[in-house]
Design a protein. Structure first.
Length: 570
């Protein structure tokens, strides 16, 4: 059936739950059900008259018409689907309005059973007015009015004295039908327009809710949504990580006071809810042995949806370590623009100071003065080391990516370890070299591998003990990769520190620049390798220690310089 003009050519709306149960479909089902009810009523009425008073004009042909109409109404209700708004014409009006007009006019003209069937014409008029366009509504009403006038004319042929009253009644009834059709059509158009706008609003709200949920889920800061009783209704992954329940299955809502470690957050939430004012502060969350988070906490209150509803408390958790890491990254970006020039300018005066100090030391005999000269020399070496690290970083960032060279892993690792032992004067008993990748070639520049391995060894000796084999360097070979492991028997690294090991300017020591491991990572990524850390036992399986490992790509399998991160879980 034709539909209201304002619903034609509307753009498609995003699908949402319950969209199929629209007002249009509910009204359509109502009209089709009404047709079935009227068909059953006609069938029962004419059947009763046929059985009781067979002389009242009810015959087998009229009973067949009622049965056919009832069957058509039932079939339309059960099997035909309403066309949703958007089409200008639908031929199914023939199976509804057309059949109604044909059946009702036939019964009225034949005066079946001596019953007046004119009130039944209200059904097709309302159907056209509510379900169709204004043109269809007016056309259907005009057809009904003509049928009423024809019925009045046929009546006048038998009773000429009633001509004025019959035609007046038919005309007034037609005018009333026109008014009803026009009013029903305008109300239907208004309902359809409001429903369309409501669906658009719901779709927009649903889309906005999905976007908000996606943004909150991927925020770096933790977000908790709490009720009046400090019940947590929502927690994004960052908040779960800071709370130490990232791997736990917690049913929502859960109480913020259910764990003692969350007590500082509970106190801030209660103050916010009690005072109805935003709160801010820094708290320390100890969620696991050896894992301590310094968290910046901010709370905000939402506006209540109803006058009787309570506000929700939204708590934002910011890991201060991550904030510091961002600051370090910004420092790196700023330093990258000037590090090379500054380092070169510093290196030349340092060389002059070192040379002058060496010449001065030859003339000194007083032990106190020689001690001061040694202190100058020590600090000059420290400054020179920092300058070299900054220059190394600048070189790594400025170098263009090129196909890496191929080297023998065991051979280069052995030479670097020997040179390092002689340079740092560490006892040979403290370093144990185990080579199990003989003849294996890896895609890496020899000088870059030396820099990576020396940095890892310098880092290991800083925390290793004095026992024999307190530092172990191991090489291994796999089908498509090769491994270099540097193990030391130092104490465990805190979980909070582990996440920032390879970030620039991050160091647990004040005398370190925090660039060594970052340079190692940059060099490894440049050669398609991966570097990582884990707490692992030694080869003998007795002691545990800190292990830094590098996973190399074999030259024949190197593709695009992508690091084999899936192997880092080994």
């Amino acid at each position: 059936m034709p539909l209201a003009p304002d619903l034609v050519n509307r753009p498609a709306l995003p699908r949402e739950p319950g969209a199929d149960d629209s007002a249009f479909l509910r009204v359509w089902r109502g009209f089709m059900s009404a047709r079935v009810i009227i068909a059953v009523a006609l069938m029962l009425l004419l059947g009763l008259l046929y059985s009781l008073v067979p002389t009242r004009g009810v015959n087998d042909w009229l009973m067949g018409l009622c049965v056919t109409y009832m069957a058509a109404a039932i079939l339309v209700r059960l099997f035909m689907r309403a066309v949703p708004p958007g089409k200008a014409f639908d031929p199914q009006w023939v199976s509804t309005i057309g059949i109604d007009l044909l059946a009702f006019s036939t019964l009225q003209f034949l005066q079946a059973g001596g019953v007046n069937y004119l009130p039944l014409f209200a059904l097709p008029v309302l159907t056209a007015g509510v379900m169709g366009s204004t043109l269809l509504a007016m056309g259907t009403t005009a057809a009904v009015t003509l049928l009423l006038l024809v019925d009045a004319w046929l009546w006048v042929l038998h009773v000429p004295d009633d001509m004025a009253s019959r035609f007046t009644q038919a005309g007034l009834t037609g005018v009333g039908y026109f008014a009803v059709a026009l009013l029903a059509n305008q109300l239907a158009q208004r309902l359809a327009s409001e429903e369309s706008e409501a669906r658009r609003s719901r779709a927009a709200a649903h889309m906005q809710a999905q976007v908000n949920e996606l943004v909150v889920e991927h925020l770096g800061d933790g977000v908790l949504v709490l009720g009046a009783e400090a019940q947590v209704y929502s927690a994004n992954p960052a908040a779960r990580r800071l709370l130490g329940c990232e791997s736990d299955v917690l049913a929502m809502p859960f109480a913020l006071g259910s764990r003692p470690a969350w007590r500082p957050l509970l106190d801030i939430a209660r103050r916010t809810i009690a005072e109805l004012l935003p709160q801010a502060g820094e708290v320390a969350l100890v969620t696991a042995p050896g894992e301590r988070h310094l968290v910046n906490v901010r709370t905000r209150l939402t506006e209540p949806q109803r006058a009787s509803a309570q506000s929700l408390c939204v708590m934002f958790l910011e890991d201060l370590r991550e904030v510091e890491a961002k600051l370090r990254t910004e420092k790196l970006a700023a330093m990258g623009r000037m590090s090379a020039a500054v380092a070169h300018e510093i290196r030349n005066p340092l060389a002059a100071i070192a040379q002058a100090n060496a010449l001065l030391e030859e003339e000194l005999s007083d032990p106190t003065q020689r001690q001061l000269s040694a202190l100058v020399q020590q600090n000059v070496r420290r400054l020179s080391h920092i300058v070299e690290e900054i220059l190394d970083l600048a070189r790594v960032q400025q170098q263009q990516a090129a196909p890496p060279a191929s080297l023998a892993l065991d051979e280069v690792a052995g030479v670097v370890c020997d040179d390092w032992v002689r340079q740092v004067q560490a006892g040979a008993s403290r370093l144990y070299l185990q080579q199990e990748a003989r003849g294996v070639q890896v895609a890496f520049e020899p000088e870059h591998l030396r820099r990576v391995l020396v940095n890892l060894l310098d880092n290991a000796i800083r925390y290793a003990g004095q026992e024999p084999d307190s530092i172990r360097v191991t090489t291994e070979a796999a089908t498509e990769t090769a491994w270099l492991r540097v193990w030391s028997d130092g104490p465990p690294i805190e979980q909070g520190v582990q996440r920032h090991l390879f970030e620039p300017f991050f160091s647990s020591e004040s005398r370190s620049s925090g660039l060594g491991l970052y340079i190692c990572r940059e060099l490894c990524e440049r050669h398609g390798a991966a570097i990582g850390y884990r707490r692992a036992p030694a080869v003998d399986g007795v002691r545990e220690g800190n292990e830094f490992f590098v996973v190399f790509q074999r030259p024949r399998r190197l593709v695009g310089g992508s690091a084999p991160f899936d192997t880092m879980a080994a």
